[in-house]
Design a protein around this ligand. Structure first.
Ligand SMILES: Nc1ncnc2c1ncn2[C@@H]1O[C@H](COP(=O)(O)OP(=O)(O)OP(=O)(O)O)[C@@H](O)[C@H]1O
Length: 255
């Protein structure tokens, strides 16, 4: 049986101190992601998706509950340990790429390893390997301003994966892409998941993007509402997602 890469148990998040106006953003969320899964997180605006992603990605702490990533309980870690853990075990892709404009694509991809003090001779083969997987070998010497949005997102994905993280966390990764580049990135993520064993958790509003996942967890009002698994083809799954979103009364994009 596969091991779990992520275990979230009874996680609560309350913003604001006692006596102030408080916001109960997560009200006891539990979920497990197994190694090699591609899981989507969806839900209406304000349901707690970003909060969930932030506590899993160690950027914020839960008020209560337990989160284990690759066998390590992150809720017990000190701040400096969390920074190391994040840079070694987690990979992130965001909507707006977050590439450094004054570094080449190669240097951007190498950055997480350079920051960990890995030698340049060890870094080079890793950058070339991940660039090959993402089909961006030709643009390694270019600067972000010289490449397209789709290429920027591939470079960002390469940077997220170069240190071989336990899980790739994606927050609206197709949000800044046109539909052709979005489709191409989603196909790449599917390839990473199916053929390279990358475990992925993706937060998205977009039913088309979500239809590439194998399983989707829906959150509403800080709690898990339901989950669905892809058993048939992607078009069927897309319809199933729209049905749940309609049930939730959520607004959604249809590409
Ligand atoms: N820093 C904060 N301080 C106080 N309340 C917050 C804070 N961040 C989020 N909230 C509240 O917590 C709840 C969940 O917000 P969250 O951003 O996690 O939702 P979301 O599902 O990501 O929404 P969206 O899809 O609009 O990004 C909301 O009621 C929000 O107003």
């Amino acid at each position: 049986m596969k091991a779990s890469v992520l275990e979230v148990r009874d996680v609560q998040k309350i913003y604001g101190n006692r006596g102030e106006s408080q916001s109960h953003a997560l009200k006891g969320v539990s979920l497990t992601i197994q190694e090699g899964e591609f899981v989507g997180i969806m839900g209406p605006s304000g349901s707690g998706k970003t909060t969930l992603l932030n506590v899993i990605s160690t950027l914020d702490r839960p008020t209560d509950g337990f989160i284990q990533i690759a066998g390590t309980d992150i809720t017990q870690m000190k701040q400096n340990q969390l920074a190391d853990f994040r840079s070694q075990k987690l990979g992130f892709i965001f909507q707006d790429f977050n590439l450094l404009e004054n570094l080449t694509v190669y240097e951007n991809i190498a950055l997480p390893l350079s920051l960990q003090g890995v030698s340049s001779s060890e870094i080079a083969p890793k950058v070339h390997k991940v660039a090959q997987t993402l089909g961006i070998q030709e643009i390694l010497q270019k600067y972000p301003v010289q490449i397209s949005g789709g290429q920027k997102q591939r470079a960002a994905a390469a940077r997220a994966l170069v240190h071989d993280p336990a899980i790739l966390l994606a927050d609206e990764p197709t949000g800044s892409l046109d539909s052709k580049n979005a489709k191409s990135l989603l196909e790449t993520m599917t390839d990473l998941n199916e053929n390279h064993g990358v475990s992925i958790m993706m937060v998205t509003h977009d039913a088309f993007s979500a239809s590439y996942c194998r399983r989707i967890l829906f959150i509403q009002d800080g709690k898990l509402y339901t989950e669905i698994h892809r058993t048939q083809d992607r078009q069927q799954f897309f319809k199933q997602i729209l049905d749940v979103l309609a049930e939730l009364g959520a607004s959604h994009d249809v590409r």
